[in-house]
Design a protein around this ligand. Structure first.
Ligand code: GLN
Length: 255
C-alpha cells in the first residue's frame, strides 16, 4: 500500500478550507452591500408610481446593474430638485432619475456613462390648436418640473431673452402634476423630455407639437469623488448592454 504523505495532505486540506472560507466571505460581502437609490417618481416611463409600486425603466435598469455587481437596493422617492443635495449629504448613494448630464451638475456630482439620449418637447392638449409660436411666445402659461433641463430651456431661451415674462412659467414638483394641470386647462403647454412627452401622449389627452433639439444624455449620479461606486455602476451598465438585458428593458418600456 502506498504511504500517504501526511504533511502534504494536511497542507492540501488547509488550503481547501481557506479557499472555501474566502469564497464564502467574498460571496457574503457582495450580497450584503446595500445602496440607497434616490429617484423622483413622476416621470414615465423612467420612474412612476403604479398602484403604490415604484416602477419604470430606471428602476429595472438599476436593479439589473445591482444584480450584476452584487448590491441590494433601497429606493427613496424624493423631489427631483432635492436629488443632488441628497447625494451631497450622503442620504442617497445613487440618483437614478433620467437625470441629464450637464456641466453645471457635473461640478456637484459625478455621472456614469450615458444610458439614454433625449431632447425637449412641447406638449399641448389634444384638442388645442395652438402652434408652437403661440404656445411658447404668446402670453400663455407654460409648465415644467422644478430644477429640470426643461425648466432651464424656458428660462434661458424665452425668459432671459425677454420673449416672455417670469410669470409665464409655472413650476411643478413632478411632470405628472404639470400634465394634470395642462389637461385641466390651467396652463397651455408643458416643456418636457421627448421620451416622457411621448409616454404622456399614450396616457393622457395631450399631443406633441414641437421638438426642441437640446441633445441631452442621461446618467446615473453619485456623490462627487465616489469613483469606486461609479466604476461599479459603469461595469454593471456595460455588462447588461453586452448580455442583452438592456435591450430587453428598452423593449419592455419603450416598444
Ligand atoms: N432629464 C431632465 C433633467 O435632468 C428631467 C429629469 C426628470 O424630471 N426626472 O432635468
Amino acid at each position: 500500500m502506498k504511504k500517504i504523505n501526511l504533511k502534504y495532505f494536511t497542507t492540501l486540506l488547509v488550503a481547501l478550507v481557506l479557499s472555501l472560507g474566502l469564497t464564502t466571505a467574498v460571496g457574503f460581502s457582495q450580497n450584503t452591500e446595500e445602496l440607497t437609490v434616490g429617484t423622483s417618481a413622476g416621470f414615465p416611463p423612467f420612474e412612476i408610481m403604479e398602484e403604490g409600486d415604484l416602477v419604470g425603466f430606471d428602476v429595472d435598469l438599476m436593479e439589473a446593474i445591482a444584480e450584476e455587481q452584487g448590491f441590494d437596493l433601497q429606493w427613496r422617492d424624493l423631489s427631483f430638485a432635492s436629488l443632488i443635495p441628497a447625494l451631497d449629504a450622503g442620504k442617497i448613494d445613487v440618483a437614478a432619475a433620467a437625470m441629464t448630464i450637464t456641466a453645471e451638475r457635473d461640478k456637484k456630482v459625478d455621472f456614469s456613462d450615458p444610458y439614454w439620449s433625449a431632447d425637449q418637447a412641447v406638449i399641448i392638449r389634444e384638442e388645442s390648436e395652438l402652434n408652437v409660436v403661440q404656445a411658447l411666445m404668446g402670453s400663455r402659461m407654460i409648465g415644467s418640473q422644478t430644477g429640470t433641463t426643461g425648466a432651464s430651456w424656458v428660462k434661458e431661451e424665452l425668459i432671459e431673452k425677454g420673449i416672455i415674462g417670469d410669470s409665464a412659467l409655472r413650476h411643478y414638483d413632478t411632470y405628472v402634476m404639470a400634465v394634470r394641470d395642462l389637461v385641466n386647462k390651467n396652463i397651455d403647454s408643458v416643456v418636457v423630455d421627448t421620451p416622457v412627452a411621448e409616454t404622456f401622449t399614450e396616457r393622457q389627452p395631450v399631443k406633441v407639437i414641437a421638438r426642441l433639439v437640446t441633445g441631452e444624455n442621461y446618467g446615473l449620479a453619485v456623490k462627487e469623488g465616489n469613483s469606486e461606486l461609479l466604476a461599479e455602476l459603469n461595469t454593471g451598465l456595460s455588462k447588461i448592454k453586452d448580455s442583452g438585458k438592456y435591450d430587453e428593458l428598452v423593449q419592455k418600456w419603450f416598444e
